[in-house]
Structures are given as structure tokens and as C-alpha cells.
Design a protein around this ligand. Structure first.
Ligand SMILES: Nc1ncnc2c1ncn2[C@@H]1O[C@H](COP(=O)(O)OP(=O)(O)OP(=O)(O)O)[C@@H](O)[C@H]1O
Ligand SMILES: [Mg+2]
Length: 789
């Protein structure tokens, strides 16, 4: 028996703390003895009164209480009450002499753990052991219950505070059996309403993929039951019938008796909205980039790898699509001069931005000038930093600027050249005139005659040069009439045969219904000659030369990049050769006077300057296209006049000149020319009055209004110009014949009026013979037949 009640029944090494209530010392001794005998290690505190008992109970921690039933002034039941009140877990064993069965049952009911009859004290150790075991079990059970409560509490808190709505679905009953508060808020149902509902109550009838909710939901649930957690987007509906997108996560819940699936539901309306806004922003941005008029390229720096380009850039560079352009992969290939790129890239790496104008190559090899503006940006995928470069094609603008600059420069040069040429013209006129008079007076065989002829020869060359300068300066006197350029071309072609070598094939392609232009045919001939001679020079080894004419109507758009052009109808005269062509540096300068590539003594560089001046003076403009090694086309645009071409008059043959005795008034401010005219006409028998300025001329005339038979008036004069003098003279002698002499036409408008009136113009420098012939012609025209000498 002692084996059963041995110390092993108690916790090893633990001393049992006992509180013993007994007022009989002998009984107490017996009790302690039996415990010692059973080998139970213990410490006992014994009390005999109720007050002592309560005090000990209050201050000590006891594993067990032993109490007699009947004591002086109190009973074991009083002790039990005190224990239950303060230490309800502590086992309580009643020791008693006698206890009837009824009382025993009553005591057990009240909470006594066990009772021992004093004559059966041997049972005490067993009772102690069992009650301690009971207490241990009870405590363990309590702990487990508490832990369970705690865990449940924690779980509930977790679920209730989750950001998602959570529902638990009983699959077999197809209804929710649990939910958190978030779920009631999200769907607008009470907990009671939600529990017992099926998933269809919180779903839109149809899902975004078009499937009915019921079948879609049962498929998701089936899969979740299969053990695979599932996430998917779901279209939900709340109690007010409003639909909203959600992200649902399903997972099977472990349960032995039921098939449960937990669903967590997250409202993603905001996410959708943000995503939609992002997509819209992106689309807007993309459309901006795609429809930009400027090119845009994103490139990694400093590597220069092309990351993205917009359609405008592909088009600017002649590629069919951005993808085709991207395929070249590297920026380097776009640059005409790769060092340009190195320079810009270095600057960009230093500053994070760079700007510059460079030349790029198109797919077809054409060179364009572009203005680049680069800044640091994210690449289109938002992955890393790169250079974002806007590209503006400024080729046309730069071309226009160049043209404008050239026009301004020419204006300046023209003014200068015109001024000089005007003075030269008069001097050369005098030199030539005197030489001619000298020649007339000398013997044909004499040395002096030969010397004078040399002077005349050189003078003529100087006059030709001056004429070209005047042409460039647009200060020639034009004799415009309605001209058919085809006729001019045909006439020039016959002259060309003499100057163009046999190894060049000359062809003409003339428009049959070419519009008539208002032009001076001699000048147009000059234009054509100069162009053809240049073409000849450009084809030293032969080739072909094409002269063609055509009608064109120019619109505003064309004129926008050809600043000298005005919209309207034009007859175009073109010369095309298959010669050596020109590079752009040469092209930039060809119209400058004295610009030539032909070497000393070969070209004067006035050919194209003359062409330019003549065409411009006719209100037209030029267009040149040339490719090195292939050939050149010059196009001359003359404004169409829409009238009928006049047949060209034959110039009279130079016969001997007759003189006369009439009185002639000559007004000329250039001394050399004035003297020459005086000498020339006096020799022929005329009476000559010479005035050197306008006022003197008018005074002279008024002094002898009836004597004077003809006036030769210089157009530009000090004080009063030729046209003004003419106006005064006319008041006195309306029928008096006059001849205007002029070397250039700064006041073209004035002169045009004179020409319109059909008054004759004598172009300077004139030879004595020209003057004498014109004078006789006018006198004859105005005097009655028979009065001629
Ligand atoms: N058809 C052409 N093909 C190639 N180069 C040309 C052509 N026409 C003109 N050029 C170039 O333009 C330059 C200027 O021409 P321009 O007619 O003004 O002077 P030039 O022919 O050199 O001399 P000039 O005509 O006064 O005898 C030429 O030297 C030549 O370099
Ligand atoms: Mg030339």
C-alpha cells in the first residue's frame, strides 16, 4: 500500500505545504505520523482556531488543506468556506472521527475534495495524491480552455480588423456561415442578412468576362476545394445594387465535418480608377508624342543606343515606320559628321542637357540640317534615365535665311557695281567716241589709225564688261515687248552652234503653247547664252545639253520657300547639262559677281551675275539644281503676260549717215560725252547747243524756242532730270522731237513712262554713229517731206 502512496505520486523533489486545522494535539500527531510514514516530504502549519486558520490562509501558499470536522467553536465546514472564498483551487480533505453518509455527500457537494475517517488514516496519502492529481488536471484543463479562448479571440480580432471583407462559405449548403464586419460594411448587409445568403447575392449577374456569376463562382469554389488557393477579379454588387470591381482570394478551410471555403474580398475601385487614369495619361502622352510635328528620340547616353522614336522622326528621316528607324540601333549612323555627336554627347553628360544644330543623314542619303534639344528624362518604359531629344528639321529655314542673306548682299553689291558702272559707262562712251572720230579722220593705212583701233577694241571690251555689271545691278534699259521664249530659244540655238563643240549634243524641248512673257529679247538671249556657255564649260569631255520651256502656275506653298517668287503664272526657260555639277559651297556663291572657278583669265565670274540681274529685272527668279558628277539644271521663271507675242523687228543695216543743218539742243552733264556729241554733230553740219544741267537747258530753250529742231536729253541730270526738261519744253513746243539718252535706270518707273509714250531712247555708251543716225531718223520723222537735206 505504501508503494501506491509513495512519494513518486507527488511531484519529484517537491515539498508539500500543508495547512492543518485540528484542535486535538493527539490527532494532529497521528496525522503527521502517518504522512511521515508514507514518506511524503512536507511542511505543515497547524492551527486550532478559526481566526488562526483564516490568518494563515491569507498569508501562505498551500498545496492542500487538512481539517478536522468538529472543533471547538467552529467546524471543518467553516474552514472549507474560507478556502473556497480565497483559494478555490486548493484541495480540501476532511479528517473526521465519524461522518454519516448524508453529511459526507453534503460535504462533497459543498466542495470538499475528499474525506478520511480518523481510524482509516492509512488512506490519507492516497487521498492526498488523488486530490493533487485532480487539481493538476483541473488546472491543465483550465489553461487549455483559456488558451483556446485567447487564440479564438486573437483570430477574431485578426479577421475583424482585416482590410478585406472576409466571408466563409459552406459549400454544400451554398451559403455564408461567417463574415467579418468589413464584409457587412462593403456589401451594406447586416451580419444576419449576409449569413445564410449565397454568393449570388453579392455578385453582379454577369462577370466582366461575360460568364454568368453562378457558373463562374462554382468553378472557382471547386478549384479552391481542390486545394489550390485562387485569386481572381470579380464584379460585386452591394445591397443598393451598385456594382464594383473586387479582387477575391479563395482558400479551403480545414474542417472535419463540412466543406468550407474562406473568401477575402478587396474592393479595387480605387485601383481601377488609378489604373484607368494612368492608362488615359499614358494614351494622352503617347498621342502627343505620336502626333508631334517635331521628331522625338530617346537614346541611352553616352552609348547612343536608340530606345524609342516617334513617327514624325521616322518620316523626317525617310523611314517607313518608327520600327524601321529603330532597327539602325545607333545614333551615330544619323550624323553626317560623327564628331558632332561625340561633342554633343560629352556636353550632355556634363550638363544633363544640350542644344545644337547639326547635319543628319536621311535613309535615302540626303543631308538635312536639324536643330537638337536634349534633356535628361526617363526612358519610355520608365526603367532608367536617358536622353530625350526633340529634333526640328531646319533645312528649309536655313536655306531661306541663306537666300535672304544672298539677296541682301546682292542688293549691296549691285548698288556699288551700278554706281561705278554708270560713271564708267560715260567715260567709256567718250573714249570710244573720240576713238571713232579719230579713226574717221585718219588714213586707213596709217599707224595712228591702228593705234586708235586698238583703243576702240579695248574700249568695247570695257563697255561689254560694264554692260554686264549694269545687268547684274538691274540698271539696264530694257526694251520689253511681248516675247515668245520659244522663238528666242530657237534663235539662240542657231548662234550656239558656233560656240559649242561637236562633242556636245544639243536638244530642245519646247512647250507648244508657251505663255508669252514681257521681256527684252536681247537680254533673254544673253541669259540663255551665258547659261549654255557655262554648261559647255562644265562638259569638257562632251555630254548633252537640253533647252526646254514650259508653263507653270505657282501657288502660295511653293512661294513660301522661294522668297523671290510670287504666286502666279510663269513661262520657264531651263538649261540642263550632264556636266560636272557643283557642290553646295559653290552653289552658294555662283551668282556673286566675279565668282568663278575657272582660273585666271578664263572666266570673269560675271556670267551668272548677269543672268541673275536680268531675270530679276524682268520680275522673275531663278532656281538651280545640281549634283556633283551628274549635272546641273538652271530654271529661269519669267512672269507670263497673257498677251500675244509681237514679231521681232529687224534692225536696220548700218549704212552711211547723213548730216543736216538743223539746230540741236544737247543736254549732257558728262563733259567728255557732251563734247563728243557736240563734235560729232557739228562735223555733220548741225548747229549744236550744249547744256550741262537741266536748268540751263530750259533757259537755253526758252531763249530760242523756235530755232531748235531736236533735243537730246540725258535722263539723269543735276537740278532737273531729262523727263522734267521734256515736260517744260512741251509746254512751248508740243511737237518737238526728243531723244533720251541713258546708261542706267535707277528711276525705271520714270523711264517706263517715257517708253510708253513711244519716245526714243538712246542707250549709253552710244557711238557717234548711233547718235548721228538716231538724230537724222528723228528729224526726218518730224519734218515735212522735202525739207530733208
Ligand atoms: N552648268 C554648270 N555646271 C557646273 N558649274 C557651273 C555651271 N554654271 C556655272 N557654274 C559654276 O559657277 C561659276 C560662276 O559662273 P559664271 O557664269 O558666273 O562665271 P564663269 O562662267 O566662271 O565666268 P564668265 O561667265 O564670266 O565667263 C563657274 O565658275 C562654275 O564654277
Ligand atoms: Mg559663265
Amino acid at each position: 500500500m505504501s508503494d501506491e502512496t509513495g512519494p513518486e505520486a507527488l511531484e519529484a523533489g517537491k515539498t508539500l505545504r500543508l495547512l492543518i486545522a485540528d484542535d486535538d494535539p493527539a490527532d494532529l500527531e497521528l496525522c503527521l505520523l502517518s504522512l511521515r510514514k508514507a514518506g511524503i516530504p512536507f511542511e505543515a502549519v497547524s492551527v486550532s482556531t478559526r481566526e488562526e486558520f483564516v490568518a494563515k490562509l491569507e498569508h501562505g501558499e498551500f498545496d492542500l488543506v487538512l481539517s478536522d470536522y468538529r472543533m471547538k467553536g467552529w467546524t471543518g465546514m467553516d474552514a472549507l468556506a474560507a478556502v473556497i472564498e480565497t483559494h478555490p483551487e486548493t484541495p480540501f480533505i476532511l479528517l473526521t472521527g465519524t461522518l454519516g453518509d448524508e453529511l459526507a455527500v453534503e460535504c462533497i457537494k459543498l466542495g470538499v475534495t475528499d474525506y478520511i475517517l480518523k481510524d482509516h488514516l492509512a488512506r490519507l496519502p492516497i487521498a492526498i495524491r488523488r486530490s493533487l492529481e485532480d487539481r493538476g488536471l483541473r488546472e491543465a484543463r483550465n489553461k487549455a480552455a483559456l488558451a483556446l479562448r485567447e487564440s479564438e479571440e486573437r483570430y477574431r480580432t485578426l479577421v475583424e480588423n482585416a482590410p478585406e471583407a472576409i466571408v466563409v462559405l459552406d459549400v454544400d449548403e451554398n451559403r455564408f456561415v461567417d463574415c467579418n464586419e468589413r464584409a457587412t460594411l462593403l456589401f451594406g448587409f447586416t451580419r444576419q442578412e449576409l449569413l445564410g445568403s449565397s454568393p449570388s447575392r453579392i455578385s453582379s449577374a454577369n462577370q466582366p468576362d461575360g460568364r454568368p456569376s453562378d457558373s463562374a463562382a462554382s468553378e472557382h469554389v471547386r478549384r479552391a476545394l481542390g486545394g489550390k488557393a485562387r485569386s481572381f477579379e470579380w464584379s460585386c454588387r452591394n445591397s443598393r445594387g451598385e456594382e464594383f470591381p473586387a479582387e477575391v482570394h479563395l482558400v479551403r478551410l480545414p474542417s472535419p465535418s463540412r466543406r468550407l471555403v474562406r473568401g477575402s474580398i478587396l474592393d479595387i475601385t480605387e485601383r481601377w480608377r488609378a489604373e484607368k487614369a494612368r492608362r488615359e495619361t499614358e494614351a494622352r502622352y503617347r498621342s502627343l508624342v505620336d502626333n508631334a510635328t517635331h521628331g522625338i528620340v530617346w537614346a541611352s547616353e553616352p552609348e547612343g543606343e536608340l530606345l524609342h522614336v516617334n513617327p514624325a522622326l521616322a518620316e523626317m528621316l525617310g523611314y517607313a515606320s518608327p520600327a524601321e528607324l529603330l532597327a539602325i540601333q545607333h545614333c551615330d549612323l544619323l550624323y553626317r559628321n560623327p564628331p558632332d555627336r561625340a561633342r554633343l554627347a560629352a556636353e550632355f553628360m556634363k550638363q544633363g542637357r544640350v542644344e545644337g544644330t547639326v547635319e543628319w543623314k536621311r535613309k535615302d542619303g540626303k543631308i538635312i540640317t536639324v536643330h537638337l534639344n536634349a534633356r535628361l528624362a526617363m526612358d519610355p518604359d520608365g526603367q532608367s534615365e536617358c536622353a530625350e531629344v526633340t529634333v526640328e528639321n531646319v533645312t528649309e529655314r536655313i536655306g531661306l535665311e541663306k537666300q535672304l542673306l544672298r539677296a541682301q548682299k546682292f542688293e549691296g553689291i549691285g548698288q556699288l557695281a551700278g554706281g561705278i558702272a554708270h560713271d564708267f559707262n560715260n567715260m567709256i562712251g567718250a573714249i570710244l567716241g573720240w576713238a571713232e572720230l579719230g579713226i574717221d579722220e585718219t588714213d586707213a593705212e596709217s599707224r595712228l589709225r591702228r593705234h586708235l583701233e586698238k583703243i576702240q577694241q579695248q574700249g568695247k571690251r570695257a563697255a561689254a564688261l560694264t554692260r554686264q555689271l549694269l545687268a547684274f545691278a538691274r540698271r539696264q534699259i530694257l526694251e520689253p515687248r511681248n516675247v515668245d521664249l520659244n522663238q528666242t530659244a530657237v534663235e539662240t540655238l542657231s548662234l550656239l552652234e558656233k560656240v559649242i563643240g561637236g562633242n556636245i549634243e544639243v536638244r530642245a524641248n519646247l512647250a507648244p503653247d508657251l505663255w508669252v512673257v514681257r521681256a527684252d529679247p536681247t537680254q533673254v538671249e544673253q541669259v540663255l547664252m551665258n547659261l549654255c556657255i557655262n554648261s559647255r564649260d562644265a562638259m569638257p569631255d562632251g555630254g548633252s545639253l537640253l533647252i526646254d520651256t514650259t508653263n507653270v502656275t505657282l501657288d502660295q506653298e511653293f512661294c513660301a520657300w522661294q522668297p523671290q517668287a510670287q504666286p502666279g503664272k510663269y513661262a520657264v526657260l531651263s538649261v540642263t547639262d550632264t556636266g560636272m555639277g557643283m557642290d553646295s559651297a559653290t552653289m552658294d556663291r555662283i551668282f556673286e559677281p566675279f565668282f568663278t572657278t575657272k582660273g585666271l583669265g578664263k572666266g570673269t565670274g560675271l556670267g551668272l551675275a548677269t543672268v541673275y540681274g536680268i531675270v530679276r529685272q524682268h520680275g522673275g527668279f531663278l532656281n538651280v539644281y545640281s549634283e556633283v558628277g551628274k549635272g546641273t539644271t538652271f530654271r529661269c521663271y519669267f512672269p507670263a503676260s497673257m498677251e500675244v507675242a509681237a514679231p521681232r523687228e529687224k534692225v536696220e543695216d548700218a549704212g552711211p549717215v547723213r548730216g543736216g543743218s538743223e539746230t540741236i539742243l544737247i543736254v549732257e552733264d558728262h563733259e567728255g560725252l557732251g563734247q563728243l556729241a557736240l563734235e560729232t554733230l557739228t562735223r555733220l553740219g548741225y548747229q549744236v547747243m550744249l547744256a550741262t544741267d537741266g536748268e540751263q537747258a530750259v533757259a537755253d530753250f526758252c531763249a530760242n524756242p523756235d530755232r531748235i529742231a531736236l533735243a537730246v536729253l540725258d535722263v539723269v541730270l543735276p537740278k532737273l532730270g531729262g523727263p522734267e526738261i521734256y515736260a517744260r519744253i512741251r509746254e512751248l513746243r508740243p511737237e518737238l522731237p526728243v531723244i533720251f539718252a541713258t546708261g542706267y535706270s535707277p528711276e525705271i518707273a520714270q523711264l517706263q513712262k517715257v517708253q510708253e509714250e513711244g519716245l526714243p531712247v538712246l542707250q549709253k555708251p552710244y557711238s557717234p554713229r548711233d547718235l548721228a543716225r538716231k538724230v537724222r531718223e528723228m528729224l526726218d520723222l518730224h519734218s515735212p517731206v522735202g525739207s530733208q537735206k
